[in-house]
Design a protein around this ligand. Structure first.
Ligand code: SF4
Length: 364
């Protein structure tokens, strides 16, 4: 995108005029969920949060991959890190996520576990090639945005004959989580801003049931101030007019049909399976397991890893935060026992975590 075009998304006059229309369209509270933590952060960072009408009520959602990684999944990779023949390869944001005993990969690494932070799955492949004495296990955590790259790394491992590379797949997919949220009688959500990155892969169609089945509106939106204002205007107008619609307002990045190539590579390597989400529990069909064709690269099969429910972290309200039932700053531990420097729960660890965003931008 040209800088000139990008400038338009920050243009104060354009933003002011959309804000005015938004104020006029609101007929009462609009409880909207920012499914993706990146939107939460963008709303704070741009200063929108302080100028939006008070009728706009922000609800956090389950779109931060680190935050929804279940305690049992964290426990599983912490256990695996104890194996001296294993090198764990991971994105950096998992290093400080606590398992159910508050232990982290960072602490395990300090105690001598072989843990390497990588920037991409191919980096993990390089580590495997350089360490034939060890099994390199890449921690597959993320949504539809991350899974195609991990699938590609497994294809590369197969093609290059790298036999000591494995993936521990805890990938999750977004539409079943939305279905679970909307089926929960305790949630109170008027509308959604859908994650731009995930939508670039899955497209518009998987969100249509939000309107057709549940009568709520949703907008796929970008992360610039004007993107967010336009999405809120659309959602407010839908509510005012009593319609439920799903729209793609991020056409400079997201095609309605999504990215068929990325979905094909995911389908070649993964198969949908039930998955545990932190604070939400089991959601049928919301995970991605490595399929039989790539069984030799599946860390779960090799190390006999099974994931079962375990108690949540004591006092942590991440589950309620991720379901939009509680604002982060209303958690009793927020800013006291739980801070970014000493996080109790994952929502305070990740830069996309809503608790970390509320803390950074000083909501109290
Ligand atoms: S403030 Fe900390 S303990 Fe409370 S919900 Fe957020 S991450 Fe969990």
């Amino acid at each position: 995108m040209s800088l000139e075009l990008l400038d338009q998304f920050h243009d104060p006059d354009l933003c002011k005029s959309v804000l005015k229309r938004l104020e006029a369209a609101l007929t009462g509270p609009l409880r909207f969920m920012e499914v993706c933590g990146t939107h939460t952060v963008a709303i704070f960072r741009s200063g929108l949060r302080s100028i939006l009408p008070k009728e706009i009520i922000h609800l956090s959602g389950p779109g931060c991959p680190v935050c929804v990684t279940h305690e049992s999944e964290v426990n599983a990779f912490l256990d695996l890190a104890e194996n001296p023949k294993v090198i764990i390869a991971t994105f950096g944001d998992l290093m400080r996520v606590p398992g159910s005993k508050s232990r982290t990969l960072k602490a395990a690494q300090a105690d001598g576990a072989r843990v390497e932070v990588v920037y991409s799955p191919p980096d993990a492949l390089k580590i495997a090639a350089a360490n034939p004495d060890a099994t390199v296990v890449f921690l597959g955590v993320g949504f539809e945005t991350t899974a195609p790259g991990v699938a590609a790394s497994l294809k590369m491992a197969k093609a290059q004959g790298i036999t000591n590379y494995r993936v521990l797949s805890f990938h999750k997919i977004v539409p079943p989580a939305l279905d679970a949220l909307l089926s929960d009688p305790d949630t109170d959500i008027d509308a959604f801003i859908m994650p731009g990155h995930v939508s670039a892969i899955i497209g518009l169609a998987p969100y249509l049931p939000v309107a057709s089945k549940y009568g709520k509106s949703a907008a796929i939106a970008g992360f610039e101030p004007l993107d967010i204002l336009q999405a809120l205007l659309f959602l407010a107008e839908c509510k005012r007019d009593g319609r439920a619609e799903v729209v793609n307002l991020y056409r400079r990045v997201v095609r309605d049909e999504g990215n068929a190539k990325a979905r094909a590579i995911m389908a070649e390597v993964f198969t949908p399976a039930d998955a545990l989400w932190r604070g939400i529990g089991n959601i049928p069909g919301s995970g991605l397991e490595i399929n039989d064709a790539y069984a030799a690269y599946d860390a779960k099969r090799e190390f006999g890893i099974t994931i079962t429910e375990c108690p949540p972290l004591p006092g942590c309200k991440c589950g309620d935060v991720l379901k939009g039932k509680m604002a982060p700053n209303l958690c009793p531990l927020f800013g006291k026992a739980c801070t970014p420097a000493k996080p109790v729960g994952p929502c305070m660890v990740s830069t996309e975590g809503s608790c970390a965003a509320y803390f950074k931008y000083q909501v109290d």
